[in-house]
Design a protein around this ligand. Structure first.
Ligand code: CA
Ligand code: CA
Length: 240
C-alpha cells in the first residue's frame, strides 16, 4: 500500500486546523489549547449519538455482512457546529484510527478507500444527479465531505488520509461536481473536519447525516458499502 506516513499526514492535519483556529483568537497561547478554546466557543451545534458495536459490513445485509467492521469505523457521536465563519464536523469513533489501515487484516483486500463522511442536504427540493455516484444516479445531498483513507490516490488529493468537500451543486446545471481539499485532524478516536462556510454556500440551515463506508473501486464506479450510519434510522438531522 502507498499510504502516506501517518505522522506526516496527522501533523499536517493538526497544524492546519490549529492554524485555522488560531485566526479566531487574539492571543493564542498554544496551537493545541487555541484550537480547543475555539472549538469550545462553537456557537450553534447539532449532535447525534450512536451505539458502539453496531458497525457491520453493509449494515448487516447480504452475504458476509455478519462480520463485524473495525471499531475505528464505528461512529459513536457526530457533531456539526459553526464558529466564526467555519463549520466544524466532529466524529467520535469506538476505537482510534490506525496509523496505517493497510496493516489491518480485517479490511477487505484491494480497497480503493475507506471513509468517514457527512452528507449535506442543503436544499430539500434538489437532487443532484451523478458524481460521486454513477451517471444518472440522483441523490439528495448537495455536498459530501469527510476524511478518506485513499491508498490509490483516486480522489486526486494524494495517497493516504485526506479530507475533502464534494460540491455537487454544479451537477444541477449540467456541470461537474467539484472536489476541494479541506483542513482536518485525526486525534485518536476523534476526526475533525473544518470547512469554510462559504465552501458549502454558507447555509443558514441544512440537514445532515454521518456515515462510514468503503469502496473497492474509485468513484463514480464505486458501489458504496455502508458500515455505520448516524443517526441509525437514516433520518437526517437539522442544523442548527
Ligand atoms: Ca455506531
Ligand atoms: Ca438536496
Amino acid at each position: 500500500m502507498n499510504a502516506r506516513p501517518r505522522a506526516v499526514g496527522l501533523l499536517i492535519g493538526a497544524t492546519v486546523v490549529a492554524t485555522a483556529c488560531s485566526e479566531l483568537t487574539e492571543s493564542p497561547t498554544s496551537q493545541r489549547t487555541t484550537m480547543t478554546a475555539a472549538l469550545d466557543q462553537a456557537s450553534i451545534a447539532s449532535v447525534v449519538t450512536d451505539p458502539a458495536g453496531d458497525a457491520a459490513w453493509n449494515l448487516n445485509t447480504g452475504p458476509g455482512s455478519a462480520a463485524k467492521a473495525p471499531d475505528y469505523l464505528d461512529i459513536v457521536r457526530a457533531e456539526v457546529s459553526k464558529t466564526a465563519g467555519r463549520f466544524v464536523f466532529t466524529l467520535d469513533l469506538a476505537a482510534p484510527v490506525p496509523n496505517d489501515p493497510s496493516s489491518d487484516p480485517s479490511l477487505p483486500s484491494n480497497l480503493d478507500h475507506i471513509g468517514w463522511e457527512y452528507g449535506i442536504d442543503a436544499d430539500t427540493t434538489t437532487f443532484p444527479v451523478g458524481y460521486p455516484f454513477e451517471p444518472g444516479s440522483a441523490n439528495l445531498a448537495e455536498f459530501y465531505l469527510g476524511v478518506n483513507w485513499n491508498p490509490t490516490g483516486s480522489f486526486g488529493l494524494g495517497m493516504g488520509f485526506d479530507a475533502f468537500v464534494i460540491d455537487r451543486r454544479p451537477l444541477l446545471q449540467g456541470g461537474d461536481a467539484v472536489t476541494t481539499p479541506v483542513d482536518f485532524s485525526i486525534e485518536g478516536t476523534r476526526l475533525t473536519i473544518v470547512v469554510k462556510a462559504t465552501l458549502i454556500g454558507d447555509p443558514t440551515t441544512f440537514r445532515w447525516i454521518a456515515f462510514s463506508h468503503y469502496c473497492k473501486e474509485a468513484h463514480p464506479k464505486c458501489k458504496v458499502v455502508l458500515l455505520d450510519v448516524a443517526p441509525s434510522d437514516f433520518n437526517l438531522v437539522l442544523w442548527p
